[in-house]
Ligand binder design. Structure first.
Ligand SMILES: CC(C)(COP(=O)(O)OP(=O)(O)OC[C@H]1O[C@@H](n2cnc3c(N)ncnc32)[C@H](O)[C@@H]1OP(=O)(O)O)[C@@H](O)C(=O)NCCC(=O)NCCS
Length: 166
């Protein structure tokens, strides 16, 4: 990594699926497939971004947007680039784009053994509010359910519209 290298972010597009799936395979025991990312890139209810360093995708993150809630589905940094602050930067950028979509709360599930991720999320104000028993396979492990219910919104969702649609 060059000294002047600065990570930049942009929306994930379908053509990024191969590069993203490669990092996914290096990061998880049950990785999402290339097609899963291809589909997310084209899904209007999802917000996916990639982090680019020296013209190479080195990180990605994505969330599912359901009204005012953003559920983080994926986040990973290429193992060769971890520990350099890129995880923090891409998570901050994900929150920013979710807020632009009107999200005011963010939630996710994480393995309790994933100390790096739990610490990262806590640094963004997420708190553990519950546990899903044996949620993960390979290896079997509970999931911590984490929430930050008050990320402030730059463009609040129109609750009136939601209520009138019920
Ligand atoms: C979680 C992950 C995205 C963090 O990315 P990263 O670029 O290494 O993280 P950063 O360098 O920005 O560090 C952010 C914070 O995470 C925590 N952290 C990072 N690496 C850590 C480690 N090895 N041990 C403990 N905490 C760690 C620290 O709190 C750190 O903040 P600090 O340096 O101010 O103390 C990365 O480890 C990863 O891709 N893991 C595999 C995929 C994964 O588990 N995703 C989460 C699924 S829920």
């Amino acid at each position: 990594m060059g000294e002047t290298s600065e990570i930049t972010f942009r929306k994930m597009i379908a053509e990024d699926s191969d590069a993203v799936a490669e990092i996914e395979i290096k990061s998880f025991s049950l990785p999402w497939k290339r097609k899963d990312f291809f589909d997310m890139a084209n899904n209007k209810n999802a917000e996916y971004i990639v982090g680019i360093l020296d013209e190479k995708i080195i990180a990605y993150a994505g969330a599912w947007i359901a009204f005012e809630e953003a559920e983080v589905m994926n986040i990973a940094v290429d193992p060769d680039f971890r520990g350099n602050g890129f995880g923090k930067k891409i998570f901050a950028e994900l929150i920013r784009v979710c807020k632009l979509r009107g999200a005011t709360a963010i939630t996710l599930e994480v393995r309790p053994s994933n100390f790096a991720a739990v610490k990262l999320y806590e640094s963004f104000g997420l708190k553990t509010v519950g546990r899903r028993k044996n949620y993960y396979d390979n290896p079997t492990e509970d999931a911590l359910i984490m929430w930050n219910t008050s990320i402030t919104s730059d463009k609040p969702y129109n609750n009136q519209l939601f209520i009138s649609c019920l």
